[in-house]
Write a protein that binds this ligand. Structure first.
Ligand code: PLP
Length: 361
């Protein structure tokens, strides 16, 4: 499908190089344009890049009432050669279609998604923030637009991509580990549900748990499975821990865990990282014992936004705190972060196909 460009006049677009003085916040800024494709009568049509603007949407649209919505999150980076490269967006395009299936949405051609993202970045390349550790955050999403109050899948949809120039997640480098609340009061997802897809409803359902964690002094909940036996994930990050011998352990992906591209990438990088990376079901009791007896030396989360988010302390419902190691960021977490961000930013050689140069179309 041909992508039509209906751009802002040159004079209304960003003109000069974007060199913010202070570290940019994550996800707040927008660029001048967005990529949009509509679905009706069983086909995707009218792929276009247009000025970033409000959508016009029917008050009865399924997205607004029944959360028929899915999304993705990816990043693009500027390399020392001055070119912009998107990171593994083919994986995001594929996962978009997996999520689509779980909430009865149509698949959208992966090559069209990728081309739309690449061309949008090209159109708005002046918005790339020139700043240590900065990136262009890429947010593809799709929502049901049919004006209908019956609980049925919509017959019309919109797919769109917006961009957000973002500063480094850790402006001072990863120095401050986070705290996680271990709680059996909340569950993010259940077997047979939508936990393995990136659908907005999962996030709406997690907000209350997030606020609760915050009130207990933690930044997020470490979710357990519905039987409160196994570790699942953290809501926007997969969970990991590191054994005394340096082995990295990630909970086995189940129906109620999102397959993080960051986790999959760390697994694929096993050889380059020079350590074992394994997946298994992890009992929360064994995990706690492992930290207490020193078998587990580090823990944290994997996800696109922060890449690696080390956990320094786990908090329990009764207020008890459990420190991981000495409570500071460990060397394995740090080395994974360095290697991974090195690949993204072009300082370390990337496996074939992981980076896609944004051409000047
Ligand atoms: C997006 C997301 C992650 C992280 O996935 P990445 O592909 O690494 O960004 C983890 N858990 C959930 C529930 C998510 O929605």
């Amino acid at each position: 499908m041909k992508i039509e460009l209906k751009l802002k006049p040159q004079s209304e677009r960003r003109q000069d190089v974007f060199k913010p003085e202070k570290p940019l916040p994550f996800g707040q800024l927008r660029t001048d344009h967005m990529f949009v494709v509509d679905y009706a009568d069983g086909v995707w049509k009218e792929a276009r890049i247009v000025p970033y603007a409000n959508f016009s949407i029917a008050p009865g649209a399924t997205a607004l009432h029944y959360s028929q919505e899915i999304f993705e999150g990816a990043k693009a980076f500027m390399h020392p050669d001055g070119e912009i490269y998107s990171f593994r967006i083919d994986k995001n395009a594929k996962r978009m279609n997996i999520s689509a299936e779980t909430v009865c949405m149509p698949k959208i051609d992966e090559d069209l998604q990728i081309e739309g993202i690449q061309r949008l970045i090209d159109v708005d390349r002046k918005w790339f923030p020139i700043q240590e550790g900065a990136s262009l955050y890429i947010r593809p999403f799709m929502f049901g637009t049919e004006d209908m109050l019956g609980v049925k899948p919509s017959k019309t949809f919109t797919y769109a991509v917006i961009l957000s120039p973002s500063g480094p997640y850790y402006p001072k480098g990863i120095t401050e580990p986070v705290k996680l609340l271990i709680s059996d009061r909340f569950h993010r997802a259940a077997p047979g549900g939508t936990g393995s897809s990136k659908t907005g409803g999962n996030y709406a359902a997690s907000l209350r748990a997030g606020e609760y964690a915050y009130s207990k002094g933690a930044s997020q909940v470490l979710y357990l499975d519905c039987t409160n036996t196994y570790i699942e994930e953290c809501g926007a990050m997969n969970h990991y821990h590191v054994m005394k011998d340096g082995t990295v352990v990630i909970p086995e992906f189940t129906e109620s865990i999102l397959r993080a591209i960051t986790s999959e990438s760390v697994i694929e990088l096993e050889k380059e990282l020079g350590r074992k990376v394994i997946q298994q079901r992890i009992k929360i009791d064994d995990f706690i014992k492992g930290i207490e007896n020193g078998d587990i030396t580090e823990a944290g989360g994997f996800g696109t936004a922060a890449v690696v988010s080390p956990v320094g302390t786990y908090i329990f419902e009764d207020g008890r705190e459990l420190k991981v190691g000495d409570g500071r960021i460990g060397s394995v977490s740090k080395s994974i972060y360095e290697y991974y961000t090195g690949i993204q930013t072009g300082r370390v050689k990337a496996p074939a196909g992981w980076l896609r140069k944004v051409e000047r179309y």
